[in-house]
Design a protein around this ligand. Sequence first.
Ligand SMILES: Nc1ncnc2c1ncn2[C@@H]1O[C@H](COP(=O)(O)OP(=O)(O)OP(=O)(O)O)[C@@H](O)[C@H]1O
Length: 235
Amino acid sequence: MNTLLVASDVQKTFIMHMRGGVELPVVANVSFSLTAGSCAVLGGPSGVGKSSILKMLYGNYGTDSGQILVSHHGRHIDVASADPRLVLEIRRDTIGYVSQFLRAVPRVSALDVAAEPLLIRGVEREVARQRAADLFAELNLPEKLWSLPPATFSGGEQQRVNIARGFITDHPILLLDEPTASLDAANREVVIDLIARKKADGAALLGIFHDQDVRNAVADHIIDVAAFAAGKSAA
Ligand SMILES: Nc1ncnc2c1ncn2[C@@H]1O[C@H](COP(=O)(O)OP(=O)(O)OP(=O)(O)O)[C@@H](O)[C@H]1O
């Protein structure tokens, strides 16, 4: 088994400095690993810390303790303690992330938003845009929208731009935060298929899916986040 990420005893507490230093413990004792060619799903009730875990793996949230070891260009790097420049390099080449909502940049077309992760990896602009167009077509995004900035798109249209942006690269690790939340049944099926292809290509995926049908279709195993707090083995 080719292990691409190992999280060990990860812990996080939010301290609300604007609220008199109130402490909000979010997760503790979080330990799991991700292997190539499989999709793990974070499970557990709302508020248990699923999104926070994804954000820690991506380096958006810091950790209080624990390690998040990632296989990056043949080295094992601890995302939890890596310097910000290295975290950016890991995001460029090793860990992709589909967030729930698109952060649209004004005046940038949907095609260029989706193509950007390839451009920053040095792929030629027309090749990257063609790849984005192929994904948009597969995701049934109307062609008349492709050259428009996505800020005014519907929730489901924006989510499909975000999915194309996340799936366009061949990152070995891909994090998915509710990628199907705003999609209709037909497009949920497209995403299930995209995930299956990523697995077949050898990527390690970790996702949050509230939709039970999607979860059943993609999950190789469920990581029960509530069990960490209870001190049990979760995976
Ligand atoms: N930036 C933040 N500052 C303060 N508290 C936060 C922050 N992000 C998350 N939290 C808190 O951490 C807890 C876990 O939130 P998180 O979004 O990780 O849960 P979740 O399991 O993904 O929930 P859901 O299934 O509802 O999306 C919540 O109580 C939330 O209020």
